[in-house]
Ligand binder design. Structure first.
Ligand SMILES: CC(C)(COP(=O)(O)OP(=O)(O)OC[C@H]1O[C@@H](n2cnc3c(N)ncnc32)[C@H](O)[C@@H]1OP(=O)(O)O)[C@@H](O)C(=O)NCCC(=O)NCCS
Length: 342
């Protein structure tokens, strides 16, 4: 039965205890996924202002795509809430064994079944699964404007790790900002040298809490350049260049990278050492935008932790904020450690 039909009467508005007719269970891929897709569409896209999913790891496929797109297999990993034979709640679980990540995405409850504790039960079951697997944390992202979901996670003891804003720009439409008087001399910004990749990565790590590297931590050779990397990029229609910002005393305080891929938007990442944030961004930012204007007329994606200095610069250069996601984490106590979960 399609999920939009409402021939099944919703239960009364008080909490519904699990019973043989309503319960949490694992997803059965073949049987459940079409219903789950419909539920997600209803919860995220058709709902009143809920907007796009804040925490899906992929866009919703059309039903026929389910048969051919292996990415949608991921929808089969997770839990559903079944109500008289019908799926009215869903959680997708993404596991990344290499980085020991346990992520929760696509938390959704049918609008007519909300405020009955279904999401809380689903989350509880997902957290229990993580605990049984020996995971140390559960991570998720939620749209900054989605207060109901944030309340849900805060009630379940998730902590906020930080906020990340996705910005969009067009290579042709970017505005090159004039340097300000306080700027460091421009020779403090220059190309990252091949041997500096480790230093650049250490700076990257210092800037960004590792949990905000989504869905997996960035590989340690992100800034590596050399013969092999160059060959790899060339053969795959890709490009990469990085810029660094040093103080007068030669200290590395900022790094930015520009990644290109044939037919895709350019992606940019800029990191500034926490001790220098708010003081040195401008010259490195100016250089990065100037290079983007030279390199591309295509779209540019720039994700940056939400911070006033960078928000002002990005806006002035004609980037548009698309959305801000709050990253949250539930730390799990190790079995037998006697430590309470936080
Ligand atoms: C967010 C969502 C999953 C909550 O599902 P739910 O089954 O209604 O949630 P629960 O009944 O388990 O609520 C648990 C707690 O979450 C919070 N909460 C849930 N909905 C809320 C709302 N509309 N306003 C304020 N708090 C809310 C409350 O703290 C609630 O506890 P309480 O009822 O004791 O006050 C559901 O509203 C939904 O599907 N929204 C659209 C999709 C979405 O935004 N998903 C989150 C993506 S990160």
């Amino acid at each position: 039965m399609p999920i939009r039909e409402t021939s099944v009467t919703p239960p009364p508005r008080d909490f519904v205890a699990p019973s043989p007719r309503r319960f949490v269970r694992l997803i059965h891929f073949r049987r459940d996924v079409p219903q789950i897709v419909e539920l997600l569409r209803l919860a995220f896209y058709d709902g009143q202002g809920a907007g796009r999913p804040s925490s899906t790891a992929f866009d919703l496929p059309s039903l026929w795509m389910l048969k051919v797109d292996p990415m949608t297999n991921r929808l089969g990993n997770g839990l559903v809430w079944e109500e008289n034979g019908r799926i009215v709640g869903n959680i997708t679980i993404l596991r990344y064994p290499k980085s020991k990540r346990f992520l929760v995405v696509n938390v959704a409850v049918h609008p007519e079944w909300r405020r009955r504790g279904i999401a809380r039960r689903l989350m509880g079951a997902a957290i229990e699964a993580a605990r049984r697997e020996g995971q140390t944390a559960v991570l998720l992202q939620v749209d900054k404007k989605n207060e109901s979901a944030q309340q849900l996670y805060q009630h379940m003891n998730f902590d906020i790790v930080g906020q990340m804003t996705s910005w969009r720009g067009d290579g042709v439409g970017l505005r090159r900002l004039p340097p300000s008087l306080q700027d460091e001399p421009s020779d403090t910004v220059r190309r990252l040298r091949p041997r500096e990749w480790k230093e650049a990565f250490a700076l990257d790590r210092a800037h960004l809490p590792i949990e905000m590297d989504w869905p997996e931590p960035t590989p340690h050779d992100l800034y590596k350049t050399g013969m092999w990397q160059w060959l790899f990029y060339m053969l795959n229609g890709r490009s990469f260049e990085a810029w660094r910002m040093v103080t007068k005393t030669g200290e590395l305080v900022g790094v930015s990278g520009i990644w290109g891929e044939w037919g895709q938007p350019f992606r940019v990442r800029m990191r500034v050492h926490p001790l220098w944030q708010g003081k040195v961004e401008r010259p490195l930012f100016l250089k990065t935008v100037a290079r983007l204007s030279e390199l591309t007329s295509r779209r540019v994606y720039w994700d940056h932790p939400d911070d006033p200095t960078m928000n002002a610069l990005l806006q002035a250069a004609k980037f548009r904020p698309r959305r801000t996601l709050t990253h949250m984490k539930l730390r799990l106590a190790k079995a037998g450690s006697g430590e309470g979960a936080k």
